[in-house]
Design a protein around this ligand. Structure first.
Ligand SMILES: [Zn+2]
Length: 379
């Protein structure tokens, strides 16, 4: 089973050789930039450099996908905003001017949206990657509609408008969803295996969960329907209060952070009879600080609890060492070598995710236990 088939099976909820250690969220590391000579900001604007940086986590750390682009300003830029690409490797592009700022009713999608800005660069980089790596999953990415609206009108203003101009917000989100769908349709013509839509602004601390259905369910569902490939929704922070929404929108995957318990998510997924696979959720903090023991432990735990696609909890911080990403992939391999998928299968067969489900004792819940296991394996 090659990596493309393995990832496709994971998205389809079918049997996998190993849970894919693919990066669905962005992984553009300074070490990768140094080793390939493809740094920021060139890798935002030059398709060859974009691919060089995108492929580096696969080449040097064994990550089972190639993920690009690396910033969330592309769609706003194509809608007419001015973007500062910034010059240092750690810094991602920033929107500095918007024609829609503080004026939600002015939000509009220009006719030349798709040919604007860097969308054609991303498409070219994906095509180059497909040619160079016929067997490796290519993962694209773009912003979500509510977050895009917040970017172009200003997030604080948008929060105010939720109360003062709810109808204008709804219309604005739909227009932004139209923009995202344009991008999705353009990506439909490319041979990609997945796509991550970043929608951090629908987190419960920004958009109250009781407003979720009113403001974002329909546009998010429209986007999911438009994609001919596996589409993953990513929301930052503690998404536990909105899992009943995010797992029920028709996405092929939901990517969430380490503060969300994978087992709880699995239970909700089961209750909803959802086909949305669980993606994540190794802490960016562990990855960034290169805490190899924590990465290993979190990987084992996520696998035990039934994660479907293993990866970082959020966009991997640029300063993260490549070794940390490699550690996650190797911990996944070690998990299978030690036969722990039996534990995972038992968890799933139980259907552990019935309402009276009781927590099982995790065999690798702390690092001391893991040391014991290691010794036994050697004896
Ligand atoms: Zn995030």
């Amino acid at each position: 089973m090659d990596l493309i088939e393995n990832l496709a099976n994971a998205f389809a909820g079918k049997e996998v050789e190993k849970v894919p250690a693919a990066s669905i969220v962005s992984v553009a590391l300074v070490e990768g930039m140094e080793r390939t000579g493809a740094g920021f900001p060139e890798s935002h604007t030059n398709a060859e450099k974009m691919l060089q940086l995108g492929e580096s986590a696969h080449r040097f750390a064994g990550v089972e996908s190639i993920n690009l682009p690396f910033d969330l300003a592309i769609e706003a830029e194509a809608m007419g905003c001015k973007v500062d690409l910034r010059d240092a490797n750690e810094h991602i592009p920033e929107i500095i001017e918007s024609p829609f700022f503080d004026d939600i009713e002015s939000v509009d999608l220009c006719d030349d949206f798709l040919s604007n800005g860097r969308i054609p660069v991303v498409a070219e980089a994906i095509s180059l990657g497909r040619e160079k790596y016929p067997d490796i999953p290519m993962i694209a990415g773009q912003i979500g509609p509510f977050t895009l609206l917040g970017q172009i009108v200003g997030i604080e203003y948008l929060m105010k408008c939720l109360a003062t101009q709810p109808e204008a917000v709804k219309q604005g989100v739909e227009i932004c969803a139209d923009a995202v769908i344009e991008v999705v349709k353009a990506y439909n013509t490319l041979d990609i295996q997945g796509d991550c839509m970043y929608e951090p602004s629908i987190a419960a601390d920004l958009l109250p969960p009781e407003m979720f259905d009113d403001f974002v369910t329909r546009p998010l569902e429209r986007i999911a329907k438009a994609a001919d490939y596996n589409m993953v929704l990513h929301v930052c922070g503690d998404t536990t209060p909105i899992l009943n929404h995010t797992l029920d929108l028709g996405y092929n995957g939901f990517s969430f952070e380490d503060c969300v318990n994978v087992k709880n998510a699995n239970k909700i997924k089961h209750d909803l009879n959802s086909n949305t696979q669980l993606v994540g959720n190794i802490a960016t903090d562990s990855l960034f600080h290169g805490k190899m023991d924590s990465i290993r432990e979190e990987t084992f735990r996520a696998l035990d609890r039934g994660i479907d696609i293993l990866g970082s909890s959020c966009c991997v911080p640029p300063g993260t060492p490549l070794k940390a990403m490699e550690c996650m992939v190797k911990a996944r391999d070690e998990y299978y070598e030690k036969g722990m998928e039996v534990n995972r299968e038992r968890n799933e067969a139980d259907i552990s995710w019935t309402p009276d489900y009781h927590d099982v004792v995790l065999p690798v819940a702390n690092i001391h236990h893991m040391t014991t296991i290691k010794r036994k394996a050697r004896a």
